[in-house]
Design a protein around this ligand. Structure first.
Ligand SMILES: *[C@@H]1O[C@H](CO)[C@@H](O)[C@H](O)[C@H]1NC(C)=O
Ligand SMILES: *[C@@H]1O[C@H](CO)[C@@H](O)[C@H](O)[C@H]1NC(C)=O
Ligand SMILES: *[C@@H]1O[C@H](CO)[C@@H](O)[C@H](O)[C@H]1NC(C)=O
Length: 371
């Protein structure tokens, strides 16, 4: 019994010794780690495997840690990595060598690099940046029938001197453009920008990067970056050709999909029907392009709006309501019907009175005859 226990203890000691690292198995950190800005709100991290790494036959990978502006962790076998991130608060990252094939080697020490935040007080940057995109028809190019416009507005930073001028840029994928159509405040500072056409693909899933910097004689204007998800800022057009008709007691409403690069099955709709006689709003959610309902006699006003459904993209904003369509009639028809009903009722009533009078006049005669 005692010997069995001893053997077990001995086995455990051996096992522990096995899993303990020896000096050699500590991996060496990568070398020449650099961070380069390769585009608007876009960086490239690059490093080299350590040339002194032994043994050479081990498969290596890297553990990348983004420290700022937002913590993020991932592992890769590549020696470079492209990232989309805001850069006005600076950027810093670390990387270490790790074993890739499950070796019991220990990860290396970290190597770090950083991009300094651009100079200037944060209060000189633009604030409350909002952007929206819209799709328009592009008649001049049948290969790209839709084009996307971009509109951004912002407020002047509270410490920005009066002579500050702001400049706005956007990047989508690998295309960058500077704004050419600004709207200005009373001090002639740019506070909004309109790009009538952009390189944005309305069905794309890349982030839209917007960068605003500025200049002033009296202060350094700190630049500002913001990333936008397209589904969250895309202003869908309202449905078109909305028509409505009433046949008998059946109200039918039809419309066509909005001007959009998304195909017909990508839309959901909301139909808003106002019954003027009952002063009552009815709202229906639909995925088809027709709505049919049983109605009573009234005047109706109808509007439809659209959104790209989750079938095709993350749910976003509703479009504006379509122009109001009116159908039905409150006055004429019902008054004609009422007139007929009242007329018939009056005739019946007169006939009834008439027969009653006749009977009363006849009965006394009969009674007199009997007596
Ligand atoms: C690292 O950079 C230095 C100089 O920039 C260069 O001489 C060296 O070869 C590089 N090391 C590796 C492993 O690429
Ligand atoms: C700007 O944004 C801040 C919060 O980020 C908000 O409190 C403020 O009301 C906004 N100002 C305007 C004019 O929209
Ligand atoms: C603003 O940013 C753009 C794009 O990065 C750059 O070309 C331009 O020189 C910058 N302007 C100022 C005033 O910093």
């Amino acid at each position: 019994m005692a010997s069995a226990l001893l053997i077990l203890l001995w086995a455990m000691v051996i096992l522990r010794a096995d899993s303990l690292p020896d000096k050699k198995s500590l991996l060496l950190p990568p070398t020449n780690f650099t961070i380069n800005v390769i585009g608007l709100a876009q960086v490239l991290l690059h490093w080299e495997p350590n040339p002194d790494q032994q043994p050479e036959n081990v498969e290596l990978g890297y553990h990348v840690r983004i420290n700022a502006p937002q913590e993020e962790d991932y592992e890769t076998r590549n020696t470079e990595s492209k990232l989309v991130t805001v850069l006005h608060q600076g950027f810093s990252a670390s990387v270490q060598t790790i074993p890739w094939d499950g070796h019991s080697l220990l990860a290396s020490n970290w190597v770090s690099a950083e991009l300094k935040a651009p100079p200037g007080s944060p209060e000189t940057s633009i604030v409350n940046l909002t952007c929206t995109t819209m799709t328009t028809l592009n008649n001049s190019n049948p290969l790209r029938p839709y084009q996307v416009s971009l509109y951004c507005t912002w407020l002047v930073g509270k410490d920005a001197p009066e002579d500050t001028q702001y400049f706005l840029y956007y990047r989508y994928d690998s295309s960058t453009e500077e704004c050419r159509e600004y709207k200005k405040d009373t001090l002639k500072r740019n506070i909004a920008c309109w790009f009538p056409r952009t390189f944005i693909r309305s069905r794309g899933s890349d982030l839209l990067a917007v960068h605003a910097n500025g200049s002033s004689q009296r202060a350094t204007i700190k630049p500002f970056d913001q990333l936008f998800a397209l589904h969250a800022i895309d202003r869908i057009n309202p449905p078109v050709n909305v028509t409505a008709e009433i046949e008998g007691t059946c109200l039918s409403i039809q419309w066509e999909k909005p001007i959009s690069a998304f195909p017909i099955h990508c839309f959901e709709y909301e139909v808003k029907i106002y019954n003027a006689r009952k002063n009552y709003f009815q709202t229906e959610k639909m995925t088809t392009n027709t709505f049919i309902s049983i109605t009573d006699i009234s005047k109706y006003s109808i509007q439809v709006r659209a959104a790209v459904s989750s079938v095709c993209r993350q749910t976003g904003l509703w479009s504006e309501w379509s122009q109001t369509v009116y159908v039905g009639n409150e006055d004429q028809k019902p008054s004609m019907e009422w007139f007929l009903i009242v007329l018939v009722a009056t005739i019946c009533f007169i006939l009834l009175i008439f027969t009653l009078i006749c009977k009363i006049k006849l009965f006394p005669v009969k009674q007199k005859l009997k007596s």
